[in-house]
Write a protein that binds this ligand. Structure first.
Ligand SMILES: Cc1ncc(COP(=O)(O)O)c(C=O)c1O
Length: 397
């Protein structure tokens, strides 16, 4: 027994490493092919990018870069505070109005990320006394929003409208939300939005649609899947989106009724207790949106390039920029991704828990600006790597 300033402490002769479990977890992940590695990019890489979410190929577009620089010159490098204190500039409000007008919503509110937008809107509209029904394929940020919300949460089978209807019909709660991605991030498949909205409305609930992968890709001129199916501006439908994919910036947005915007300003904790979106991101997103408005064919081109990549990979034509090539075990997908990379093709690799066991895959994302030469290289590399991989894998093309 030691005496530390009068406090008696039992000292143990052996020192126990409180972090030794991390080594065990790491070893388990290595054995299962699930260890994740960070790979820093060089500023100029000769590789072809099929891994990013820069769907319209705008992150280095001179007008977008200028938009960011102009905003920094005007407003500085940071937004300096919460949106409620000093973090709102005229540019934030202009971006919100422009985005809302683009997708056909009444109003918009930007957040520091798409993740924060999802957490903010779900937790501010649900809570004790609410039911949330969320699609089994909803993005992790919606899953975490459910967990934080303290509402009763039920997961509906993927794209199963009848299941959503059944779950809503049994509710005893006063309020209910239905959550879904419009374009699901792992498979690139689409939510049945029109039917989902019908059952949501019939049950007096509100539908929240995450358009992270729909904005800039689906709908007229990239206005998103909600717009495409004719639901823009419906008061019981809320859109969330990230500014980090087609809009080549960073940040998130909620696009909805003005009453919802006002409520989020009062109640969304990720809005209130987070520093406002950086001016550079606001300027870049505004410039990217201007480009998309001026060249709506970009949204068509990204789908055409996705169809080209799917043809090369021998998988079904995709409904979005995401081409998913399921290969099976995590290690097989990991090795295939590495082989592509070694041949100058950057690809995504999705493994559990991002996707179910046994469905690890290459995730290839199309960009509107892919050139014919790049497509030729993609064909050479993918054909070679997939022939080798499928020779070893249980999953046929
Ligand atoms: C469907 C979906 N929702 C939300 C997010 C989160 O957006 P952000 O990266 O802006 O936080 C992502 C991915 O980044 C996503 O794929």
């Amino acid at each position: 027994m030691d005496d530390l300033n009068g406090v008696q402490v039992c000292s143990v002769a052996v020192t126990i490493d409180p972090l030794s479990w991390l080594d065990e977890r790491a070893a388990e992940r290595v054995a299962a092919g699930l260890r994740r590695e960070l790979r820093a990019r060089a500023p100029q890489s000769p590789s072809i990018d099929l891994a990013s979410n820069d769907y319209l190929g705008l992150v280095r577009h001179p007008a977008v870069v200028e938009g960011a620089i102009d905003a920094v010159r005007q407003w500085g490098t940071g937004s300096t505070g919460s949106r409620l204190v000093t973090g709102t500039t005229v540019a934030h409000e202009q971006l919100e109005a422009e985005l809302a007008e683009f997708v056909g919503a009444e109003a918009g509110l930007v957040f520091a990320s798409g993740y924060a937008a999802n957490l903010g809107v779900v937790t501010a509209l649900a809570g004790h006394g609410a039911l949330i029904v969320s699609d089994a394929g909803s993005h992790a940020s919606l899953v975490d929003a459910c967990r934080l919300s303290r509402a009763r949460v039920r997961i509906s089978a993927h794209r199963d409208v009848a299941a959503v209807d059944r779950l809503l019909a049994t509710r005893t709660e006063e309020r209910a939300l239905v959550l879904t991605d419009s374009v699901f991030s792992a498979d690139g498949d689409l939510a049945p939005l029109a039917q989902l909205h019908r059952v949501t409305r019939a049950n007096g609930a509100v539908l929240i649609v995450d358009e992270a992968h729909g904005l800039g890709v689906r709908g007229a001129g990239g206005r998103g899947l909600v717009h495409e199916v004719g639901l823009a501006g419906e008061p019981d439908l809320i859109i969330t989106a990230t500014l980090s994919k087609a809009l080549a910036a960073q940040g998130g947005v909620v696009l909805a009724d003005t009453r919802i915007r006002a409520h989020l300003i009062d109640a969304a904790r990720t809005f209130i207790f987070d520093t406002g979106l950086a001016p550079a991101a606001v300027g870049a997103a505004r410039a990217a949106l201007r480009l998309l408005r001026g060249e709506p064919e970009m949204a068509v081109r990204v789908l055409e390039r996705a169809a080209d990549i799917a043809r090369i990979a021998g998988v079904a034509e995709p409904h979005s920029a995401v081409v998913s090539v399921v290969l099976g075990e995590a290690q097989v997908a990991h090795d295939a991704a590495r082989a592509c990379r070694a041949r100058g093709l950057e690809v995504g690799c999705f493994r559990p828990p991002s996707v179910p066991e046994g469905t690890s895959r290459l995730r290839l994302t199309a960009r509107a600006d892919l050139t014919p030469d790049e497509l030729d290289t993609i064909a050479t590399v993918l054909t070679e790597v997939l022939a080798q991989t499928r020779g070893l894998s249980a999953v046929p093309a």
